[in-house]
Design a protein around this ligand. Structure first.
Ligand code: SF4
Ligand code: F3S
Length: 104
């Protein structure tokens, strides 16, 4: 599966949802997550993310976010169309330690 990781927080560009063939993204206030059981591992979302926040679960940086993606994809609503990203999206790109302070 692919995993949405820390840099999505407060960037939330949402380009990813437009390309997913199985619509397996779920939307929280400040980030999106992928449902690990619905993702078919096609990989097309990974290069679409301007924040490079989407990684395969084989990457070390994805490991700690896998369970978070699983947990929140069960409770957050499904998202299939790109909405308006936060006005300060770009400013959050690359900021360290966004989780957990800025997560919700
Ligand atoms: Fe969707 Fe493919 Fe990305 Fe999985 S890897 S979330 S199926 S676009
Ligand atoms: Fe987040 Fe990147 Fe999608 S910032 S909302 S994973 S395009």
């Amino acid at each position: 599966t692919y995993v949405v990781t820390e840099n999505c927080i407060r960037c939330k560009f949402m380009d990813c949802v437009e390309v997913c063939p199985v619509d397996c993204f779920y939307e929280g206030e400040n980030m999106l997550v992928i449902h690990p059981d619905e993702c078919i591992d096609c990989g097309v979302c990974e290069p679409e993310c301007p924040a490079e926040a989407i990684l395969p679960d084989t990457e070390e940086a994805a490991e700690k976010f896998l369970e978070l993606n699983r947990e929140y994809s069960e409770v957050w609503p499904n998202i299939t169309q790109k909405g308006e990203p936060p006005a300060d999206s770009e400013e959050w790109d690359g900021k360290p330690n966004k989780y957990p302070e800025e997560f919700s």
